[in-house]
Design a protein around this ligand. Structure first.
Ligand code: B12
Ligand code: SF4
Length: 508
């Protein structure tokens, strides 16, 4: 290995070590490593998620590296990124520190101003990284390289965006250089619908066959980075990579982390049919919009099931037409209801994500969302209803409204690194009675709706209530509560929640 052409790629943990979350394969660094290898650079990936001595290893490698590239999402990961950058500086102040990934791309100016950042790479980084390194070898300056932001003598200089030509169909992701046994993807016996896809339990292996998204949801960062363009790998290339993951590395549970897997119905069908034709014994989940399930229709959704699809994560966000309009979701709650009916028929679990606590959301909007959630459960009692509270990330269009409503975003990379959001807690300044709001939503979604419409799969809701309802002695006392829950849903009234209080009291 020529040390002058050796690049270190560092992946910080995204959660603290005691959080119990599982490592997630560092796809971003694999993409970069492939591009570096093709351009003649040597590289090493250091992944703090699976290497307890990652910082020490980084120190050892940084001594004679050409550069260190660090990836980071917003939040805790920045803290690990800063720690790594400091370690490199301490060992060898001449090694340039290149930052990329979602946080630097969404907030390049503040990132570039940190003394531990030499250059920010915005958006997909393969070509920009190679050009930067080549220039370094040739002794040329970095200012002006497309897709970068640099701070020189206190002045931030952003070069124009680099045009993105899509995912490279000739890529060869170097999975063999990762500790492939540490990123999940193995089947958990007995629960094909739940534990296999839980990031805290079975942990699916993340895989992405496309990137970018043409939609414009205002709470999401995708449109800023990918400019509302969608880029996909050819079907055969996707199948080749899935086959390699399955046969060579034993991956059995896959999570397509594409922003929208069903965007092109024919392509999705090609991948699903290909999984069957190639005899890949995998189960999988993907992120989709509800109307695309309807567009694919029952026959294609049956194909999805046969090819191993067991769960779909569905960006529903809200049941309130005015909130959907405000966040520019451009989708119709009626389509979500139809999609729930299709999923019930084919046996795929729909996980309908709901977000509460948007700026300007009122009690009426919350009530509309709860009514919508009830309708989903009525149509498909097996669907899951994960609840989140809106938290503004840098660069999301909805930051404007968040600021109007009193949110003060962090003013430096260090402040962003200290941000700890709880997506399950309403903490934004415009929410006046957060405890009350949370209790109202929680008791409706995890208690009254599963009681009113008990399903087969109630993970994340009231699994034990369902199991009790099935056993006769318990069912006798559950029955009136079940009927009462139905009445409440019919009336849309969840006030005076004495059953919920008794339930919590009994549970301790
Ligand atoms: C897998 C994933 C995760 C994984 C972990 C990812 C990881 N590696 O650490 C898990 C499930 C843990 C996760 C968690 C969260 N995630 Co997430 N996640 C994703 C997802 C679905 C895929 C990321 C991915 O692997 N993409 C494929 C790779 C190849 O692309 P990439 O990462 O963009 O990398 C390219 C460029 O960014 C760039 N690049 C990246 N790093 C570097 C480094 C250098 C040096 C250079 C030069 C270039 C460069 O080049 C790469 C190749 O082109 C994305 C959405 C999406 N589809 O992209 C959301 C996404 C990244 N997540 C997001 C969010 C909000 C979260 C959460 C905060 C909340 C949540 N509810 O999900 C948590 C945060 C965890 C925490 N505790 O703080 C946001 C990011 C917003 C932000 N400001 O950071 C995204 C964009 C979703 C969205 N549309 O809003 N996530
Ligand atoms: S939320 Fe989903 S559909 Fe909307 S812009 Fe983001 S990735 Fe696209």
């Amino acid at each position: 290995m020529n040390p002058n052409k050796h690049v270190i790629l560092y992946h910080p943990r995204y959660d603290p070590p005691d959080s119990g979350s599982h490592p997630c394969a560092p796809l971003s660094l694999l993409y970069l490593a492939d591009a570096l290898g093709k351009a003649g650079f040597a590289w090493t990936i250091v992944d703090a998620q699976v290497e307890p001595d990652a910082i020490d290893r980084l120190r050892g490698l940084a001594d004679d590296a050409l550069a260190v590239g660090i990836t980071s999402m917003t939040g805790y990961q920045i803290q690990g990124a800063l720690e790594a950058a400091q370690a490199v500086r301490d060992v060898n102040p001449d090694v340039p520190l290149l930052w990329g990934g979602w946080h630097p791309s969404l907030d390049p100016e503040l990132t570039a101003q940190d003394p531990l950042v030499d250059v920010v790479v915005r958006g997909p980084g393969e070509e920009t990284l190679v050009e930067l390194l080549q220039r370094r070898l040739d002794g040329h300056d970095w200012v002006g390289v497309a897709g970068t932001t640099i701070c020189r003598d206190g002045e931030v200089v952003s070069a124009p965006d680099r045009p993105f030509n899509g995912l490279n169909p000739n890529r060869n992701l170097p999975f063999d250089k990762l500790h492939m046994d540490r990123y999940g993807g193995r089947r958990v016996a007995g629960d094909d619908f739940g534990a296999n896809f839980s990031f805290a339990e079975g942990q699916p292996f993340p895989y992405t066959s496309s990137c970018g998204c043409p939609y414009r949801c205002r709470f999401c960062a995708a449109s800023k980075v990918y400019k509302r363009k969608w880029h996909a790998l050819p079907v055969d290339k996707t199948l080749d990579e899935l086959e390699e993951l399955h046969r060579r590395y034993g991956i059995e549970v896959v999570f397509f982390v594409d922003p929208e897997f069903f965007i092109n119905a024919d392509r999705a069908e090609g991948i699903m049919q290909g999984i069957l034709d190639r005899g890949l014994n995998i189960i999988w989940k993907a992120q989709v919009r509800p109307e695309h399930i309807v567009r694919l229709g029952r026959a294609r959704m049956e194909l999805a099931y046969r090819s191993g699809c067991r769960q779909l994560e569905i960006g529903t966000e809200s049941g309130s037409p005015s909130m959907l309009q405000m966040i520019q979701k451009d989708s119709d709650p009626a389509k979500a209801i139809s999609s729930a009916a299709i999923l019930r028929e084919v046996g795929i679990i729909g996980q309908y994500n709901l977000i509460f606590g948007f700026p300007y959301e009122t009690e009426r909007h919350v009530a509309e969302s709860l009514e919508f959630a009830a309708e989903l459960k009525r149509v498909n009692p097996d669907c899951l209803l994960p609840m989140f509270y809106f938290t503004p990330h840098p660069g999301v269009p909805l930051m404007t409204e968040a600021r109007e409503c009193g949110y003060e975003p962090p003013r430096s990379l260090r402040e962003w690194s200290r941000m700890r959001w709880s997506y399950s807690e309403p903490v934004m300044p415009w929410i006046r009675r957060p405890r009350r709001l949370k209790d109202r939503i929680l008791r409706t979604i995890v208690f009254y709706l599963p009681l009113a419409f008990p399903g087969e799969v109630t993970r994340g809701t009231l699994k034990h209530v369902r199991s009790r309802m099935r056993r006769l002695p318990d069912a006798s006392w559950m029955w009136p509560v079940h009927m009462l829950a139905r009445l409440r849903v019919k009336l849309g009234y969840y006030g005076l929640p004495w059953e919920w209080r008794v339930f919590n009291w009994v549970r301790g």
